[in-house]
Design a protein around this ligand. Structure first.
Ligand code: ZN
Length: 442
């Protein structure tokens, strides 16, 4: 086994599970391992305490007149439960064919460790880097990065950079270089419909009084029309339409409709008319019911009109929808649709805007070139449907875009038993880092 792989295995052995306080010391030992590694590479490491787990920063010798690249990663990992479903011990890296099985192999240790090794190789060969590099590795990503934004605020000046690079997203398939240039935003709310002041006998009063469960069902069904178009007035006003190149690019990817059916086990698709599944998932906004409840849920029947019922909604947003505006018009819509015979309470939840960067910008092109070098194939440009709040924090606080150069394969099983990372991608990640720094420095 190569010395690089041996070192990677040592890194993987730390059970750095951030959510579990029994592993607090393991998370710290893992941070110490990184400190030593950065030191030996010739970077200047710093261990920053937070109210939770430490943040590790490491910088190359800064040189005037060169761009500074911030490379973000996270060394904490998800819990391993259910542990019986692992074929090999979750924290004993096991090589089978091209795959390394271990918790954290892909998410995110393998992806950022290959960047570190890329920097190490360049320094060993050339004695210096083509750009200034700052590594920022946190230990709390899997618990929502509660201390990252305050840290960025506090160290804004020392973390000043021109561009950020993160490998923590997916690849379309093995060997297909993939750059994610957009993520959907989110806005959540929940509401309660109140009817009678107490649960009622549905025989004695039914037919004359409003039933909150019926009203909630009506409000939910009012969200979409038969073409799955969202009916909240003004909902699409700020939506930036997909550009022809995006529809063409996504249309050239392996069949997203079929893949969506296969991955989810649904009998068929049901989405906004006129768009493919990938367009619906990456480039169009949604209104989803995430929870709905009211009335008797137990065994058998109970003839009751419950005094209240509820639902929880989340909206996935695209550029340039403003989450606060969406929450305002959505709650107004619910209030307008609710009959006067009931009272409705709407409670607004968390929100964040969509993220998009121009993949054809100077740095975007440099990243594409680097992917091309690392994988010897034309990069595919995609967006993803979920949100990555740290990317927005980096944009808001440090004012820079992020190049999302993911190395996660569709079958890598992150967050699940038998997580794996391939040796192929580990080596590609090292090449990617070397090419990226070189291209960004041009
Ligand atoms: Zn994760």
């Amino acid at each position: 086994m190569s010395p690089q792989l041996t070192e990677f295995f040592d890194f993987l052995r730390f059970p750095s599970i951030s959510t579990d306080s029994r592993h607090k010391e393991d998370v710290r030992s893992c941070a110490d391992f990184l400190m030593k590694k950065f030191e030996s590479m010739g970077l200047k490491p710093e261990l920053h305490e937070t109210p939770g787990h430490p943040i590790v920063i490491a910088r190359s010798e800064p040189k005037e007149g060169r761009p500074t690249v911030l490379i973000y990663g996270h060394y904490d990992v998800q819990p391993v439960d259910p542990v019986d479903e692992w074929d090999t011990p979750p924290f004993e890296p096991t090589l089978k064919g091209d795959k390394i099985f271990c918790r954290g192999a892909t998410d995110n240790k393998g992806q950022h460790f290959s960047h570190m090794l890329g920097v190490e190789e360049t320094l060993r060969e050339h004695g210096e880097l083509p750009v200034n590099v700052i590594f920022l590795l946190e230990g709390e990503e899997e618990i929502g990065s509660p201390n990252l934004a305050p840290f960025l605020e506090k160290h804004r000046d020392e973390l000043k950079c021109d561009i950020c690079a993160v490998s923590d997203t997916g690849m379309i398939g093995p060997g297909i270089p993939t750059m994610t240039y957009g993520l959907r935003g989110i806005a959540c709310l929940e509401f309660k419909v109140h009817g009678p002041s107490l649960d009622l006998h549905s025989g004695v009063y039914g037919g004359a009084v409003p039933n909150p469960a019926t009203i909630v069902a009506r409000l939910v069904s009012a969200l979409h029309d038969a073409d799955e178009v969202i009916q909240i007035p003004g909902f699409y006003d700020q939506v930036t339409p997909l550009e022809p190149w995006e529809r063409e690019m996504w249309g050239s990817l392996p069949d997203g409709d079929a893949a969506t059916i296969a991955e989810t086990g649904v009998a068929g698709l049901l989405g906004e008319t006129g768009y493919t599944a990938l367009e619906q998932r990456w480039g169009r906004p949604t209104a989803e019911v995430n929870g709905i409840g009211g009335g008797y849920q137990g065994e058998g029947s109970k003839t009751v009109i419950a005094r209240e019922a509820m639902a929880k909604f989340s909206f996935r947003l695209v550029p340039d929808q403003d989450p606060q505006t969406i929450l305002e018009i959505a709650s107004q819509f619910l209030k307008d649709q609710c009959p006067d015979s009931c009272r409705i309470d709407v409670e607004l939840g968390h929100y964040g805007p969509a993220y998009v960067m121009d993949p054809h910008s100077k740095y975007g092109k440099a990243a594409q070139k680097a992917l091309q070098v690392a994988f010897s194939d034309e990069p595919r440009l995609i967006r993803e449907g979920g949100s990555i709040p740290i990317i927005q924090s980096i944009k808001d606080i440090l004012g820079v875009d992020t190049l999302l150069l993911g190395l996660a394969l569709p079958d890598c099983q992150i967050h699940a038993p038998n997580e794996s990372f391939t040796v192929t991608n580990f080596e590609a990640g090292i090449r990617l880092n070397r090419a990226l720094l070189e291209e960004l420095g041009r």
